[in-house]
Design a protein around this ligand. Structure first.
Ligand code: CDT
Length: 308
């Protein structure tokens, strides 16, 4: 099968005053570095182009529309698409999408080295709440500003590899990974914006949040015998801190590369997709070992129902 040099481009905090053009220039700088290091597929974070605006409440949600993209590529991102084509590099990044029908999604795309969007994903698990909550230390209003995604977890071939995406909170749910695993996914990319503070208290929980991040990626990659990249937008955005911890994980669930700081930073690893085969043919041979007659609750029940 295929070997691919893969890269994860962590992005440091984006302040509200920063323009899309300034952010794209930062992305292109990392793409230059990735090209120098031989990267063939590069991944950027969730909502790469803007600050993580769902931390702010506005009564009239249309005031937030300025953070959304109505087409992709657009004037601001076209130079990134052009550079990737010049380098023959595939890439993925997240952005806030406003459709012609007026629907708002937290979206990410995979772009082939030829510049084609080969897969679009809209975030499924939207964390937080829809109304201002005075009991929280800070707001997390994704349920106010986005619709739950309508794409599901699809997988598409790009550069000879089956690739799939999820976005941030999705990484914490085993269902996310297994649905892609059942389609034979080889590489999963998941960008994130994860506040270091607990929404219900003022404690800063950086170490624990970093652990849960790594745990989710390692478990997801191992249990589905695939490679995974977790890509942070992190550091401080207008006074709000988010965790770093960008990482690349192999199909044994081990970390192959990890970012050291909380700014713009590239990490790379060589992915040898033949290495996915061993666990797929043994402990995670789905066709041989799964017992779907016992999994019905997973797709028929949302919350916990205790036996009466
Ligand atoms: N962006 C995103 O999904 N962040 C969430 C924060 C959850 S706290 C309400 C995450 O799961 O990292």
């Amino acid at each position: 099968m295929t070997k691919l040099m893969i890269g994860a481009a962590q992005i440091g905090g984006i302040q509200k005053a920063e323009t899309r053009e300034e952010v794209v220039a930062r992305m292109m700088k990392l793409m230059d570095e990735a090209h120098e290091k031989g990267v063939e597929f590069l991944a950027y974070p969730e909502m790469t182009l803007t600050t993580f605006f769902p931390r702010e409440y506005v009564e009239d949600r249309s005031e937030m529309d300025s953070w959304f993209e109505t087409e992709m590529p657009n004037a601001a991102t076209q130079p990134l698409f052009d550079l990737a084509q010049k380098y023959k590099m595939g890439f993925t990044f997240g952005y806030s999408e406003l459709t012609p029908e007026g629907e708002h999604y937290n979206t990410s795309i995979i772009v082939s080295p030829e510049g084609e969007i080969v897969l679009k994903y809209r975030k499924t698990h939207l964390p937080g709440h829809a109304e201002y909550d005075e009991n929280r230390a800070y707001q997390h209003l994704e349920k106010r500003y986005f619709l739950p995604g309508n794409t599901g977890f699809q997988v598409a071939e790009n550069q000879g590899v089956l690739m799939g995406m999820a976005i941030c909170n999705d990484r914490r749910w085993p269902e996310t990974w297994r649905v892609m695993g059942l389609q034979g996914v080889d590489l999963v990319t998941i960008g994130y914006n994860t506040p270091s503070q607990n929404t219900h208290g003022k404690e800063v929980q950086i170490e624990q949040n970093l652990y849960h991040n790594e745990l989710s990626f390692c478990a997801g990659a191992y249990q589905n015998a695939c490679y995974a990249m977790g890509i942070a937008k992190c550091g401080t955005e207008d006074g709000n801190h988010m965790i770093g911890g960008t990482l690349i994980v192999g199909p044994e669930g081990t970390v192959l590369a990890k970012a050291e700081g909380e700014g713009d930073e590239l990490i790379v690893a060589e992915a040898d997709f033949d290495k996915c085969a061993f666990n797929r043919q043994n402990v995670f041979n789905f066709a041989a070992h799964r017992r779907i007659e016992h999994y019905g609750l997973i797709s028929s029940q949302t919350g916990v129902v205790k036996p009466s």
